[in-house]
Write a protein that binds this ligand. Structure first.
Ligand code: NAI
Ligand code: AKG
Length: 358
């Protein structure tokens, strides 16, 4: 660890119920599981495999991502708390069946307080292997499967909500949207937008992703760094986090920022900065909840139904509008309005003694 102590980091990032460091030297496992809050139910959140620059970066990531899951699961009305896991490894090189088994065993030791799922660096096929070691896993190929089409649908509906609020219409025909990152979610989002008649400009650090979007969808492309300067109606961050910061915000030339990436604000104050500059920011965990809404369907009493999941994801439109309305009526940034709604549900559950700690 660097200069900041572990406890100081946990407190700074919201205070977590439990943070577990799991290792397995033989199978090369170095993993951190952060259970942020289980008031509303067991903590559900994906497992990210990533070659972090430092252990501190991995800890910060898991602490921020798990808190965001608490807020995400709450605002979407799910009976679930928030958690996340990170594995310090290179997903393209180190992701062996043995490593996935070790991940499953580490999750299992938490006895159901944490339920894992896909994230960056893991797939639903990986979840099947993890399933051999634990029952506390969702997002299996034979049930909810790949969450990204659902996430993209939710982002698309969220963009429509922003459009309705700003321009009085959900029609996106002729609007220009700049997408940063055309991986799983970004590609599906681009397709929705093209079908709706929008002009789409994309970028990605992986040329083959850009090529696929250009060839299959007929979108335009720019270099990765140029995406912030594209004059457009919507900037959609669909790559990694901390993309809204001191350097990028002054460059943005879009009145709406609405995309799938988790933890888009480098720091909370960047949400204030967007508000001061008059940009409409759809809070990340509100607009990107489609994936977890779909995955959570698998855990519900009636079992998984894609149709029911889709209907629930469609309601992201209403959630985003609700957040924008609260932000307007109080003149507070949208990220604060979202936190208020999400935290209210948790506080109510606590006050009613429903702090069903698992
Ligand atoms: N897959 C899902 O259902 C959900 C995804 N998210 C978030 O949405 C984001 C995208 O997720 P996926 O599409 O699943 O991941 P992905 O890994 O398939 O796609 C991300 C893409 O961004 C590109 N990229 C990375 N850094 C970039 C940069 N600086 N400039 C341009 N492109 C860059 C990557 O090359 C990749 O193609 C992530 O932040 C993820 O945490 C959030 C909720 C659910
Ligand atoms: O979408 C998933 O598979 C799990 C949920 C999650 O980790 C997320 O929404 O970031």
């Amino acid at each position: 660890m660097g200069a900041m102590g572990v406890f100081e980091a946990v407190v700074r990032h919201g205070g977590h119920e439990q943070v577990v460091f799991a290792t397995d030297a033989r199978r090369g496992l170095r993993m951190i599981i952060a259970v942020h809050d289980t008031t509303l139910g067991p903590a559900l959140g994906g497992c990210r495999i990533w070659s972090y620059a430092s252990e501190e970066a991995a800890l910060t990531d898991v602490l921020r991502l798990s808190r965001a899951m608490t807020l995400k699961n709450s605002i979407h009305g799910l009976p679930l708390g928030g958690g996340k896991a990170v594995v310090l490894a290179d997903p393209t090189r180190d992701k062996t069946p043995e490593l996935l088994a070790a991940i499953g065993e580490a999750v299992d030791r938490l006895g159901g307080r944490y339920i894992t799922a896909e994230d960056v660096g893991t797939t639903s096929d990986d979840m099947r292997l993890i399933r051999n070691a634990t029952a506390y896993v969702a997002g299996l190929p034979e049930t909810s499967g790949d969450p990204s089409p659902f996430t993209a649908l939710g982002v698309f509906r969220g963009i429509q909500a922003c459009s309705q609020s700003l321009w009085g219409t959900t029609q996106l025909e002729g609007r220009r949207v700049a997408i940063q990152g055309v991986g799983s979610v970004g590609f599906h989002l681009a397709r929705h937008l093209v079908q709706a008649g929008a002009q789409v400009v994309v970028t990605d650090i992986r040329p083959e992703k850009v090529r696929r979007a250009v060839e299959e969808l007929g979108v335009q492309a720019v270099e990765p760094d140029a995406i912030f300067d594209v004059e457009c109606d919507v900037f959609a961050p669909c790559a990694l986090g901390a993309v809204l910061n001191d350097e990028t915000i002054p460059r943005l030339r879009a009145p709406i920022v609405a995309g799938s990436a988790n933890n888009q604000l480098a720091e909370p104050r960047h949400g204030d900065l967007l508000h001061e500059r008059g940009l409409l920011y759809a809070p990340d965990y509100v607009i990107n909840g489609g994936g977890v809404i779909n995955v959570a369907e698998e855990l519900g009493p009636g079992g998984y139904s894609a149709q029911r999941a889709r209907a629930k994801v469609e309601r992201i439109y209403d959630r985003v509008l609700e957040v924008i309305e609260l932000s307007r009526s109080r003149n507070v940034p949208t990220y604060r309005a979202a936190d208020e709604i999400a935290l209210r549900r948790i506080e109510t559950a606590r006050a009613e003694g429903r702090g069903a700690r698992v």
